[in-house]
Design a protein around this ligand. Structure first.
Ligand code: F6P
Length: 542
């Protein structure tokens, strides 16, 4: 693949940027009365309003030209066909197979993986039903009241986010909790009020070697065995989700109580796999399958909609526009839905672990910016904390505002007020309040400079009907394919994560030094001094 900057389409966008960079949203809307309905697209149950972005129709068409020139269509097809597009790990990238209907065949080395996917879904469904119906009992014959998922990163953020989002659909008789942090306080707090006889642990780890997860799982096993008085209790209270049967057996979980997935599913793309078992127990197999149908709706939209009306492509290319042409370093995700409180955390991993890369597919250092910093909080709460910077700060932050027309909580006025806020914020960010308007409103002259909101701050509105399992699936797939689109344009491997390995190696070394009371290991002077101080505080060295 040619270097990004050598594409005529890239150069055309650079030139176009110079022509449009100072355009004001206010003027763009005044000049084009249709803009608010024209710069929109629909798919998989979502309405995308991107009219309040700093683009013209020409910008969009040039961005789509760039996507085409970078081979987005061929790469998208390659992903769906099981090609090894994760080049640095030599793996196919097939989270899309997790939601493929059984009528579709997707082959990896000549083997159709779709029947495997459906077999595991069947195994998960049977198990989830047993837990939900109380026929899977603990060691002492009691039914399970609490499920604790022990896992981190992709083995945690997706299920945790989705369990919260779909709480209105969950069985209130079974609580689902999550333990990710190796800080002992996480496990202690999660188990403090529980009876081990009624608690089921799902040890969830693709590799089954992640130290945080294994440490938590070992301590959970001790808590369970101590509470129930016998090692044999483990069989009834622990199941595993992993790609590594041997590691699961080594840990002491019966492989018969293991739910597999495959190395062609990336951790951060794995919610639709057995990693979603805790979610399936919460909402039931039928609702879980509805969520998979929602993922599939967006997959089909991504595969078939023309680029100019393709939601993930539009969102991905807008991200490229701000990142590479406007030079904006961050993007915010602001869900106006209480259930989506953890969507920003989920998207931080999805986007930054995928596209935070410094070399291209050929291993050459990139000469342009790759993945932006993604962050956020639920919208209305955040209005009362950091929105000040969004409105009047010196940095421009493009924002995604995610909202729904209907809420599951039928409290008079709440949803209208929530959505009024979403719409008002987008309007305020785009159009602001000028000095002249403030003067007209009678604001004292001395106050005007402080109260001016210059506007021209971009937002994209993602509007759905209600936060159902199907809508959640489609929303996640929307972001997955947007991330994919960006990665293709930047020519990077969006599916590896080598950057996180170094810290793990160093932590293992420091851990053995700490536990051996070793001062003065081969470190820089700061790390050495900190280890010494830690050892002294812990009384671990002489
Ligand atoms: O360290 C990063 C990472 O490898 C993520 O990519 C992954 O989601 C997480 O750790 C957990 O990994 P595992 O599921 O193998 O425990």
């Amino acid at each position: 693949m040619a270097a990004l900057s050598s594409h005529a389409e890239w150069r055309a966008l650079k030139e176009h940027f110079l022509a449009v960079k100072d355009l004001e949203l206010r003027d763009l809307f005044d000049a084009d009365p249709q803009r608010g309905t024209a710069l929109t697209a629909e798919g998989a149950g979502f309405y995308l309003d991107y009219s309040k972005n700093r683009v013209t129709r020409e910008t969009l068409s040039l961005l789509c030209d760039l996507a085409r020139a970078r081979g987005l269509l061929a790469r998208r097809d390659a992903m769906f066909q099981g090609a090894r597009i994760n080049v640095t790990e030599g793996r196919p990238v097939l989270h899309v197979a997790l939601r493929a209907p059984s009528t579709v065949a997707i082959k990896v080395d000549g083997h159709d993986v779709v029947p495997d996917v459906h077999a595991v879904l069947g195994q998960m469904s049977a198990f989830a039903d047993k837990v939900r119906q109380g026929t899977w009992t603990g060691y002492s014959g009691k039914r399970i009241r609490t499920v604790i998922n022990i896992g981190i990163g992709g083995s945690y953020l997706g299920p945790e986010m989705a369990v919260r989002a779909l709480r209105p659909f969950a069985d209130p008789a079974i609580a689902v909790r999550f333990v990710a942090n190796v800080d002992g306080e996480a496990l202690r707090a999660a188990t403090a009020d529980l009876d081990p006889a009624e608690t089921l642990f799902i040890v969830c780890s693709k590799t089954f070697t992640t130290e945080e997860t294994m440490t938590n799982a070992r301590s959970a096993r001790e808590w369970c065995v101590a509470g129930l008085g016998h090692d044999a209790a483990v069989a009834a209270h622990f199941v595993a989700v992993s790609t590594h049967t041997a590691e699961v057996a080594r840990f002491g979980i019966d492989p018969a109580h293991m739910f597999v997935f495959w190395d062609w599913v990336g951790g951060r793309y794995s919610l639709g796999s057995a990693v979603g078992l805790s979610l399936m127990i919460a909402i039931g197999p039928e609702r879980f399958r509805e969520m998979l149908a929602g993922f599939r709706d967006m997959d089909e939209h991504f595969m078939t909609a023309p680029l100019e009306r393709n939601l993930p492509v539009l969102m991905g290319m807008l991200a490229v526009w701000y990142n590479n042409f406007h030079g904006l370093e961050t993007q915010a995700v602001l869900p106006y839905a209480h259930g989506l409180a953890r969507l920003p955390a989920y998207l931080e991993q999805l986007q930054m672990e995928s596209n935070g890369k410094h070399v291209d597919l050929a291993g050459r250092p990139v000469t342009y910016q790759t993945g932006p910093i993604v962050w956020g909080e639920p919208g209305v709460d955040a209005q009362h904390s950091f929105y000040q910077l969004l409105h009047q700060g010196t940095k421009i932050v493009p924002c995604d505002l995610v909202g729904f027309c209907r809420s599951h909580a039928d409290l008079p006025g709440h949803q209208d007020f929530l959505m009024a806020n979403l719409l008002a914020q987008a309007e305020a960010l785009a159009f602001g309040r000028s000095a002249a308007q403030l003067a007209e409103e009678g604001v004292p002259a001395a106050q005007i400079p402080y109260r001016v909101c210059e506007g021209n701050r971009p937002t994209t509105i993602i509007l759905g009907e209600a936060l159902t399992p199907r809508a959640l699936g489609a929303l996640i797939a929307l972001y997955e394919h947007s991330v994919f689109t960006q990665g293709v344009v930047w020519g990077i491997d969006s599916f590896d994560q080598w950057g996180v390995e170094l810290g793990k190696v160093l932590a293992r070394r420091i851990m053995s030094e700490i536990q051996g009371g070793v001062r003065g290991g081969a470190h820089d002077s700061s790390t050495r001094a900190l280890i010494g101080r830690y050892l002294a505080h812990r009384g671990l060295s002489g």
